[in-house]
Design a binder for this molecule. Sequence first.
Ligand SMILES: [Zn+2]
Length: 101
Amino acid sequence: MIHYTCDGCGRSIDSTNEMRHVVRVEVYAALDPCDEELEDDRDHLQEIQDLLERLDDEDDAALGDEVYHQQRFDLCSECRRRYVKNPLGRVTTEHLGFSQN
Ligand SMILES: [Zn+2]
């Protein structure tokens, strides 16, 4: 049996009794097409691939991460609920007593 650990709270998830949730985060630079490229429906992933290959030549891994970044998390039900409510981890103002005025 495979044991998973929740990446949110660090608790181990017993997948036989409990639902395990997977979050896949994909962050990539939005490459807006130029005017002349609008007519053909180009594959942005291919463009990123090309860009990454060029970056590889320059051996600049940090910049590559800025262009394309992927991560995967295992979450327990509780952390899943929390994540879905606030995926960007923003500080919600409602708890801080700010008014809308
Ligand atoms: Zn958790």
